[in-house]
Structure formats: C-alpha cells, structure tokens
Design a protein around this ligand. Structure first.
Ligand SMILES: Cc1ncc(COP(=O)(O)O)c(C=O)c1O
Ligand SMILES: N[C@@H](CCCC[NH3+])C(=O)O
Length: 436
C-alpha cells in the first residue's frame, strides 16, 4: 500500500479531485461524458515557450514547426499559429484541417513517403511554404504538376542520415533502412539534390532529417547535426549549394511514467543549437535557419484521458482487471508499442493505493490493455479514472473498432473549458456506410 506520487502531471483542487487547466475532472466527465481527452492549454504554451526561448537566447535564426500528426484538430492549428509556430502535415487531410484552422499556408511544410499526386496538387494550389521531398517518384509527380500549372515551389530535401535513434524500432526513422527520405550512404541524396538544383520549378531551401521519436537524450541529434552539416559542406564545395534551412526534425521525448526522464525542451534545443554553431563555424559555412519539428513534446503531456470505471474481474493470485469505457480505440499505443502509462483515480487521487490492477478497455481484443500493474485505490463502477500524457498520438490514431465512437476533446485553461471536438455519434459512424 502506498500513497500516490502525482508528480506535476496533475493539479489537485480544493475538493480533492484531479483538475486539468483549473477545471475539476469530475465536472468535465459529467459535462461531456467519457472517454474524454482533456488538454491543459497552458502546458502546450509553456512547452512552445521553452523551445522558442532557447533560440531567442542563442540569437540564431529558427523556426519551430509543430508536427501535427501528434494531434491534428482545427483548434490545435489555431493555437500553434497564434503562438507563432508553423506546422508540418503528412496528408491531404492534415493539410485541409490546418488550412481550415487558419494556419498561414506559407508556414506549412508537407512531409510523407508517398504523397499522392492529388495531395501534391492541393499543396501547390494552397501555396504552402515548402514540400519536404522524400523520393524520386515524388520529384517526378511534383515536376509534372508544376509544369502543368506553370508555377514553382520551395522544397526541402529529406535525407536518411544513417543514424539509429535509441527508441522503439517502429518509431526510428533516421537509419539507412528507413522507408523515409533519400539515403546518404548510397549516394541517393546527392543524386536527388542534383535533380532538384537543375529543376527551375523547384527552389531548394535546405535539407531535413528526422531520426525518430520519443528520444530522451540529445546524443542522436548532435550526431545528426554533425552529419547534416558535413553534407552541406560537401554539397557547398561540389555544387555551390547554400542551404537556407537546416531542419533537424522532431522526436523530443516526453514523460509518460515516472521512469521516463527526457531532457526538457530547452535543453534539447540548446544542445542542437550549440552543435550547429560549432560545426558551421568549423567548416566556415553560413549559419542556416534551424528548424525543429516537435509533435509529442508539445501535445503529449498536456492532456489526460478520462474514463469511467465499469466492470471488474478478479482472478485470485493471478490478476485483477478493471475495465473502462474506452481502450485501444482511443489509445492504440500500449498495444502497438507496448507503451507504458500511469492511471489515477480522479475522484480520490490521494487515497491509499491498495491494489495492483490491469486497466483494460472494452474492445474485443485481449491486447486491449491500457495500463499494466497500475497501483490504484479500490475502484468502484462509476469512478473516473484518468490516464495522463495522452495528448499525442491518441486521438489522431483513434479508430472506430467495434463501432465505438471516437471520444470528445476539450481544451481547459484558467478554469475555463471549451469543447474542441465533439464526441462521435453512432449516426456519424454510419455517415459513409451506404448499405446494400
Ligand atoms: C518528419 C517528422 N517530423 C516530426 C515528427 C514528430 O515527432 P515527435 O512527435 O516525436 O516530436 C515526426 C514523427 O516522428 C516525423 O516523422
Ligand atoms: N505514433 C507514434 C509516433 C510516430 C511518429 C511519427 N513519425 C507514437 O505514438 O509514438
């Protein structure tokens, strides 16, 4: 039996309940129902501020680009645009949502290993800031579109620098055998650069790499800087290529459980900036604008998902299952990456944790486990259970498996809550289902 150690993931209000952005989680559950993803907006703003401050203090040109696959919703694009950020998109759907959310097109960059011609056309028509070119087929598709429309666009060349990030293999992307980007080692990236430089319709702004996601230390980023700036130097000597932009991707880790100890945002940024400054000075190159693309580190820790406790199954001496009204449909990460989370009882977060349970969802899969070995007070049906750090890759990877509707999402700040995505209805799920 032990007392909960809530760290700083939650506030506890005067009623002794968990609160998010100054709003009582029990009130949120009552008002909007569960499962509910509740963001503390001030946490997103604070992460943005810390990333930006490192660049401001170092007096280097920069851009913070929100990787919107982490949480793509009109309100989120509005928020990050207001905070001065750009965003990346990886599909026509994200681009559409970003534009609808009011993100200025010139601040949008388009990523992806298989951008469809229709998506490229949409990006060209919207006059977005740049396309991060990923492969030779894409250069062909894009060129045909630009020729047809008699126009041009800025591009950034994505390279796979051959660096293995210390993370889950499914979310490691910088290594040679990655499906993303032009490989450096085999000479693909140089061949691509020549094609782009020779193309009058493509203005090559710079180069990009992204080594992976949920990375805790700056080591891999510093290695990436070394490799990328050396590449720029080589290409400067051979082709007089001068990069305006050096985009080092995202992947900055966040805290899910007390075991996770990532560097704070500003420390990641400071180490990257120092490495770029050092290498650029050593090689006598012009300082490029440094871009980073944080996704998870802006959105992840800012939200918790609230669930209602339902049934229970005890297998004495084996395990105790506590079921909630959501699960792998709103958070696939435990099933997909064996991701670990914590669970707290929103109505009595400080009660003695008298049991160790497995928190499971309501989906028809044995792998529908949200939290293994969760220490919790004794739970009862109707209790509200909160899982923190679900703000990234939760809603965006949600599904309608078993025809469960996707949850609602609410933004909370200074004690005020605002519904930003309403709960899906059964009728919504039938929206595309035409029957016989
Ligand atoms: C190109 C690119 N940039 C940025 C990100 C954002 O990663 P994260 O959410 O880990 O910061 C990703 C996803 O891994 C990505 O593929
Ligand atoms: N969806 C993954 C991260 C993938 C990052 C996208 N390149 C996660 O939840 O951890």
């Amino acid at each position: 039996m032990k007392l909960a150690n809530l760290s700083d993931s939650f506030e506890i209000n005067q009623a002794g309940h968990l609160a998010i952005g100054g709003v009582d989680t029990l009130k949120l559950a009552q008002k909007y129902g569960t499962p509910l993803i509740a963001y503390d907006v001030s946490k997103i703003k604070s992460k943005i501020k810390h990333f930006k401050q490192a660049f401001i203090d170092a007096e280097v040109p920069y851009r913070v680009v929100y990787a919107s696959k982490a949480f793509s919703a009109m309100a989120m694009y509005q928020l990050v645009a207001q905070e001065g950020l750009g965003c990346d998109v990886v599909s026509g759907g994200e681009l559409y949502t970003a534009l609808k959310g009011g993100m200025p097109p010139e601040r949008i960059e388009f990523h992806g290993n298989n951008k469809l011609p229709s998506e490229l056309e949409m990006a060209v028509d919207a006059k977005i800031g740049c396309i991060v070119v990923d492969n030779f087929q894409e250069i062909e598709f894009l060129d045909a579109i630009l020729q047809k429309k008699e126009t041009s666009i800025s591009v950034v060349l994505r390279v796979a620098p051959g660096i293995e990030a210390e993370t889950h293999k499914y979310i490691s992307t910088g290594q040679e055998n990655s499906k993303f980007g032009f490989d450096v080692h085999s000479g693909q990236s140089e061949k691509a650069l020549k094609q782009l430089i020779e193309n009058p319709r493509m203005n090559v702004k710079g180069i990009h790499c992204h080594i992976g996601s949920q990375i805790f230390s700056a080591k891999g980023f510093v290695m990436a800087v070394e490799k990328m700036v050396s590449l720029l130097n080589e290409w400067h000597e051979k082709y007089a290529f001068e990069a305006e932009v050096l985009n080092l991707g995202g992947g900055f880790g966040t805290r899910y459980t007390e075991q996770d100890k990532p560097l704070p945002p500003e420390a990641f940024a400071e180490k990257i900036i120092a490495a770029v400054k050092r290498k650029v000075a050593d090689l006598g190159l012009k300082m490029p604008e440094i871009w980073i693309e944080p996704g998870r580190s802006l959105a992840g820790e800012a939200a918790a998902t609230l669930y209602t406790v339902g049934s229970r199954k005890d297998v004495e001496g084996v395990c105790h299952f506590v079921s909630v009204d959501g699960g792998m449909g709103d958070n696939i990460r435990p099933a997909l990456y064996q991701a670990k989370y914590e669970a707290w009882l929103a109505n009595k977060p400080q009660a003695l944790q008298e049991q160790i349970v497995t928190v499971v969802g309501k989906y028809c899969e044995s792998g529908d486990i949200l939290v293994r070995d969760a220490p919790l007070p004794i739970t009862h049906p109707g209790d509200i259970l909160a899982i923190p750090s679900t703000g990234a890759y939760g809603y965006t990877m949600a599904s309608n498996y078993n025809r469960n509707p996707r949850p609602a999402v609410v933004f909370c700040e200074n004690g005020v809550d605002k519904l930003i995505i309403r709960r899906e209805t059964y009728e919504d799920m039938l929206g595309c289902d035409l029957g016989l």
